[in-house]
Design a protein around this ligand. Structure first.
Ligand code: AMP
Ligand code: GLY
Length: 433
């Protein structure tokens, strides 16, 4: 079977690498892909948002399954478009993808399904949101632990976490009046701020059966010690030991199962990856948000540990027969992924610097260098994005995997390259290693 993967990040490289290992696969295409997918698969020069050209390509190249990496094409209806052409796709329909595409839709569903989440109010304009905040928090200077969010997709930027009233009012102004995030700010959410460790629990579901994957943890802030601005994710590890077997079971029963059932009852059954972004509060795990695709970078350490054939899982999901699949097999070792970024990221950065040392890094045992923002120019791999590489390693403990990942990181160089030095330290501190 030929498989087409849509997207160009580290997640898509990990998917291409894992899918290419399947004995059932002939050709793996990635559109548009990056410098790493060009090595493990075949890049196709098509943007993931050009549905008609993607459909044409899939038909002409006898693609048996398309796997959608990023959220935007899912929210825009790529699955429906390819299905209409008789093609099979792994991912949720446009209606189901609203779970990520509209935070108001998601909140509504969570309430209906009685899933634990932050208290939330939805507003259609700045005036009503501002009035709500002033009425509820009348005392100047008082602590106002609220989060202000644009309803729609805003490339991870439409969420402003606040502690004081002026910050909240400014956030409302930016989203609803200045329209900093465009149409994503048509509706505005004001949410209780949750405190606790953040973890990602992903499940693969065909709308009936739910396969929960081991928990992972992302590092969203740019700098060591969780300081600095939010990014797409500077590193991740899997499994996340703060989620033990009992808690994973609880998350499955109280969060994932009721969500999948509520989607089905609403006539928009969910097929694909259901990614719960959770906070472990002292009242138990609560949902921060849902995503409808693999996490990036969480996908990299997770797939590094998966021993089962991913193509079997993806196909069984599309065909609605996940119940026939046995338990997934996992490498018992832990995995850590360290993201190397361009100078200036998450702000402005330059492209085109030649990356050296990739071959040496690849020789490090139990390491895979996933590419994110790279391109191949005249046979050389160059930096071509903010998050450039995801160096991912296996080890007998999180500490061992971390050491191995950073050993490989040290072998890679380009002008301005940097990474966080503390990926997974929360766990090693917790375990006292
Ligand atoms: P989201 O796109 O909704 O995941 O939000 C992005 C980031 O903002 C999350 O990863 C959290 O770090 C933070 N965040 C979002 N909602 C809340 C909340 N209710 N309480 C605390 N932090 C939040
Ligand atoms: N790692 C966060 C995300 O994929 O949204």
């Amino acid at each position: 079977m030929n498989i087409l993967i849509l997207g160009s990040g580290g997640r898509e490289h990990a998917l291409a690498w894992k899918i290419a290992k399947s004995s059932r696969v002939d050709r793996v295409f990635v559109a548009p892909g990056n410098g790493g997918t060009a090595q493990d698969a075949e890049n196709v020069d098509l943007p993931a948002n050009d549905f008609s050209r993607i459909t044409k390509f899939a038909l002409e190249n006898r693609v048996g399954l398309t796997v959608v990496g990023p959220e935007q094409p899912l929210v825009d209806g790529i699955v429906d478009a390819l299905n209409e052409a008789g093609l099979r796709v792994f991912g949720p329909s446009k209606l189901a993808a609203r779970l990520e595409g509209s935070k108001a839709f998601c909140k509504n569903l969570l309430h209906q399904a009685n899933v634990p989440t932050a208290d939330c109010h939805v507003f259609r304009n700045a005036e009503s949101a501002t009035k709500f905040v002033r009425d509820r928090y009348p005392i100047k200077g008082q602590e106002v632990p609220l989060v202000v969010k644009a309803d729609g997709l805003a490339a991870g930027k439409g969420v402003i976490v606040c502690s004081r009233r002026p910050e909240v009012l400014e956030a409302i102004d930016r989203i609803a009046t200045q329209r900093e995030f465009g149409e994503a700010g048509n509706e505005i959410l004001i949410e209780e701020r949750l405190d606790g460790q953040e973890v990602s629990v992903l499940a693969i579901t065909d709308g009936r059966t739910i396969l929960t994957l081991p928990a992972s943890q992302d590092h969203k802030r740019a700098y060591d010690g969780d300081a600095g601005p939010n990014t797409g994710g500077m590193g991740a590890f899997c499994p996340a030991p703060m989620v033990d077997q009992d808690m994973l079971q609880q998350i499955q029963e109280q969060i994932l199962v009721p969500t999948v059932h509520a989607m089905k009852r609403g006539k928009f059954g969910f097929r694909g990856v259901l990614y719960a972004g959770l906070v472990l509060t002292n009242q138990g795990p609560k949902v921060l948000e849902y995503n409808v695709r693999f996490g990036d970078p969480e996908c990299q350490p997770t797939l590094m540990r998966l021993r089962s054939d991913l193509v079997d899982v993806l196909e069984a999901t599309v065909e609605g027969r996940l119940d026939e699949l046995g338990e997934l097999e996992w490498d018992p070792r832990a995995s850590v992924c360290v993201v190397m970024a361009s100078e200036g990221y998450p702000g402005n950065y330059e492209r085109g610097q030649v990356i050296r040392g990739l071959d040496k890094a690849a020789e490090t045992p139990d390491v895979k260098v996933f590419h994110a923002g790279t391109a191949t120019v005249d046979g050389q791999v160059v930096a071509n994005g903010g998050r450039v590489l995801g160096i991912t390693a296996l080890g007998n403990s999180i500490a061992a995997a971390k050491l191995q990942a950073y050993t490989a990181v040290k072998k890679i160089r380009w002008d301005g390259a940097w990474c966080r030095k503390d990926i997974s330290d929360k766990v090693t501190e917790m375990e006292g290693t």
